[in-house]
Write a protein that binds this ligand. Sequence first.
Ligand code: MN
Length: 208
Amino acid sequence: MKAETYPFVARPLPYEYDALIPVLDADTLTFHHDRHYKTYVDNLNKALSDYPELQDKSLKELLTGLDNMPEPLRTQVRNNGGGVYNHELYFDSMQSPVGQDPTGELAAAIDRDFGSYRQWKEQMKEAAVSKFGSGWAVLAADREGKLSVVQTSNQDVPNLKELTPLFLTDVWEHAYYLQYQNRRADYVEGWFGLINWRKAEQRYTQRQ
Ligand code: MN
């Protein structure tokens, strides 16, 4: 399948706006998807509109090619392209809170690389809760399948030349403030119950 290129189009949520209740209410998800995410898509397109030579690049190609871009385009693509990438993975890696657990190859890798699911969860939660300011906590796999928890700032993405992000949690205040105000740790604890482990396992086995 050909990767999506300019002009990028905002993807619909893969579930209803009330599907993540009680962890994320419909207002929180509606503002996050329809306003914040959509704005990153619009601003990425605006940034690329004057650069026809970049309009056949996929999002991943753009984000791994930042070093070759002139300013101010580089900052625009880093912030808005990263915003598109992170939010598409964020929305796509959640599902209704059905209490799914990791299984198979990914569950075995979590035990191998973190000691246990519980120890992984502690590390992931610490990365999310301790992030100063705005950013993301990501579970990523390298080419050999080794897992790591990566913390990024603003809309930065992990090094996509080396790592495949499996899922991530958004700790910008816009992700949770309507429902949780300043209680970021409560939002993150709830988010663990939304992880779509079947999709994470697919990303893990199909990593590049
Ligand atoms: Mn966000």
